[in-house]
Design a protein around this ligand. Structure first.
Ligand SMILES: Nc1ncnc2c1ncn2[C@@H]1O[C@H](COP(=O)(O)OP(=O)(O)OP(=O)(O)O)[C@@H](O)[C@H]1O
Ligand SMILES: [Mg+2]
Length: 574
């Protein structure tokens, strides 16, 4: 709520002007039945044409004034509501950028997309309606009632008697509908989830000929959404017949009582017609109010979902010491001190009591079977996840005491699954360092063994990459990702199996290049290939999240059973 008010403040002027415009426009509308009564009672009945003309002109002028104010209101309110939702969207997007992997895992990307689009649209609708109608219906209600009371008291009581009936029925219907609105948004999330997964994995879907299966999955989610929406709509539409019924009964009542009063000379015909008009206006205002409540009820489900993202505390935020931003990574010395780790929601530890000391400039290979915890271990170093217990120190200082920017600038990580962005190769590389010169770019591309294939393209470094780098091979993509990370000249370089699609020869050349020109950088590399492990200074062998062995490759050939297995299995392969 605080966030909304903060943003709304930027549109202060519109928020203040709109009710004023509405007031004038509504006044112009509610005054009309009174003039109508005058025309009938003083013009039509006594057959006086001049009264009809003069009052008619007045009515026309008032209508034009009302129209002008209405148009101004529509224009200003649209601009404010759209501006509001655009600002809200960018604030939400900003917050999402700061969410850690923990929270992204928790919300799910498709849900975040729905929150950024559909949910914000609903809030925009509320702001728009509020600026146009929030004041309109009460003002109309009060003014219409005022004109009725001024003319005839007893008729006013009759009018007022019907109001509670309407309010209660609408209230009950809305109360029943609310839980469904929340459900609808959740189902939209699920539908988006299916679409997103399908589009990302379209190649796999096609190669396994699973289009029918995917279509069925989509239909199931889609039908699920349809059923819930129909249920909610059914509840909502009952509002209208109920109101219609109350309105018709009231009109009959008014005509009956009013007609009787006209007959005994207590009320004029024109006045009775004006009453019916006012009654319609009062009902209209109530109906508008009910509609607004409905939109608000629907949007409050959306609002809950947006606020949930805003209020989620960042689990990986800067600590107070980190905010001071005084520590610098200089050497790249890493110490794991009794580290245990499990993912949120997971019960068993993925990593158990890890202790190791990595010296600056060392190259460490992380070995182990799949699922042994290699990626999890590496992700802890740039604080993509926080440890569950224990402490990691870089250059002797606990990880939490560094500013996150400092950590991410000096620790470059090439993830197991990497993506490129739409744009040229040079632009993609500059992600690592925005102001890098072409010379710098070429230098790192050579180390990553990417220079040769890039220059073999007609456009060289200006070759345009499709979304995610679809137009280059897997191994080429991995090398560009590596070059992107190298461009930062990090103190610590983490390579999570990021050369798996590169052939062994090229991979060995990359290692050699790195060893020659990056002597001072601490390198951690998760690997499956024995060559990589043998070329490292030391190897840490993980087994089910525990350290099975840690030492120079030659030593491990004697001491580590798992290392021996890897070594001999890959010797046989050759
Ligand atoms: N985001 C996550 N949430 C919950 N559990 C996870 C998550 N990522 C990995 N795991 C679990 O953690 C364990 C270790 O996974 P990890 O990715 O670290 O293994 P790995 O050694 O890198 O495997 P691979 O060689 O296949 O890359 C696995 O059992 C996996 O199921
Ligand atoms: Mg992994």
């Amino acid at each position: 709520m605080k966030k909304y008010l903060q943003i709304l403040k930027r549109y202060k002027l519109s928020v203040l002007v709109c009710p004023f415009l509405v007031l004038i426009a509504v006044l112009c509308e509610t005054i009309q039945p009174m003039y109508m009564a005058q025309i009938i009672d003083n013009g039509v009945m006594p057959r006086n044409l001049s009264v009809i003309t003069s009052v008619g002109i007045k009515m026309l002028l008032i209508s034009i004034v009302g129209l002008i104010f209405n148009v101004c209101n529509v224009y200003i309110s649209s601009k404010a509501a759209i501006g509001f939702s655009t600002d809200l969207r960018s604030e939400l997007f900003k917050k999402i950028q700061h969410l850690s992997f923990f929270e992204i895992d928790y919300f799910g990307p498709s849900s975040l997309i729905t929150r950024l689009t559909g949910d914000i649209d609903r809030i925009q609708q509320v702001v728009l309606m509020a600026l146009r109608m929030l004041f309109r219906s009460p003002i109309m209600f009060i003014l219409a009632l005022y004109f009725v009371i001024r003319t005839n008291h007893s008729m006013a009581y009759l009018l007022l008697a019907t109001v509670p009936l309407l309010v209660i029925s609408v209230g009950l219907i809305l109360k029943k509908g609310f839980p469904f609105f929340l459900k609808i948004q959740q189902k939209v999330d699920r539908l988006n989830g299916v679409v997103r997964e399908n589009l990302i994995n379209m190649r796999i879907v096609k190669s396994f000929v699973r289009e029918d299966y995917e279509a069925k999955k989509f239909n199931k989610r889609s039908e699920d959404l349809r059923d819930t929406s129909i249920h909610a709509e059914n509840i909502i539409v009952t509002v209208f017949p109920v109101m219609q019924l109350v309105m018709n009964i009231s009109i009959i009542l008014l005509l009956w009582v009013g007609g009787h009063k006209v007959m005994i000379g207590d009320l004029k015909v024109g006045q009775l017609i004006a009453f019916l008009n006012y009654f319609a206006q009062i009902l209209m205002s109530l109906m508008m109010f009910a509609m607004m409540l409905m939109v608000i009820a629907r949007a409050s489900a959306s609002s809950q979902r947006i606020t949930e993202v805003f209020t989620t505390p960042l689990s990986l935020d800067n600590t107070s010491e980190g905010l001071r931003n005084i520590h610098r990574i200089e050497f790249g010395d890493i110490k794991f001190d009794h580290i245990s780790f499990h993912y949120k929601g997971g019960e068993t530890d993925i990593l158990k009591d890890i202790n190791m000391h990595i010296r600056p400039g060392e190259t460490i290979a992380v070995a182990g079977s799949t699922g042994s915890g290699k990626s999890s271990l590496l992700q802890l170093i740039p604080r993509l996840y926080d440890v569950t217990s224990g402490c990691i120190r870089i250059d002797g200082i606990p990880l939490q005491d560094y500013n996150l920017d400092e950590l991410h600038t000096n620790i470059a990580m090439v993830l197991q699954q990497n993506e490129l962005f739409t744009g040229t190769i040079a632009e993609n590389l500059r992600w690592g360092k925005a102001d890098a010169t072409l010379q710098e770019i070429e230098e790192v591309a050579k180390i990553a063994e990417a220079h040769d294939f890039i220059t073999s393209f007609t456009d060289g470094y200006n070759t345009l990459l499709g979304r995610g780098g679809v137009n280059i091979s897997g191994g080429q993509k991995q090398r560009i990702c590596l070059a992107r990370a190298l461009l930062r000249r990090p103190k610590i370089l983490i390579l999570d199996d990021c050369t798996s699609a590169v052939d062994t020869k090229t991979e060995l050349r990359i290692r050699k290049n790195l060893k020659e020109s990056w002597k001072k950088t601490t390198v951690l590399v998760a690997a499956q290939r024995i060559h990589t492990m043998l070329s490292a200074d030391r190897v840490i062998v993980l087994d089910g999240g525990e350290v099975e062995a840690f030492g120079a490759p030659k030593e491990l050939l004697v001491t580590s059973k798992i290392f021996q297995e890897i070594y001999y299995s890959q010797q046989i392969d050759k």
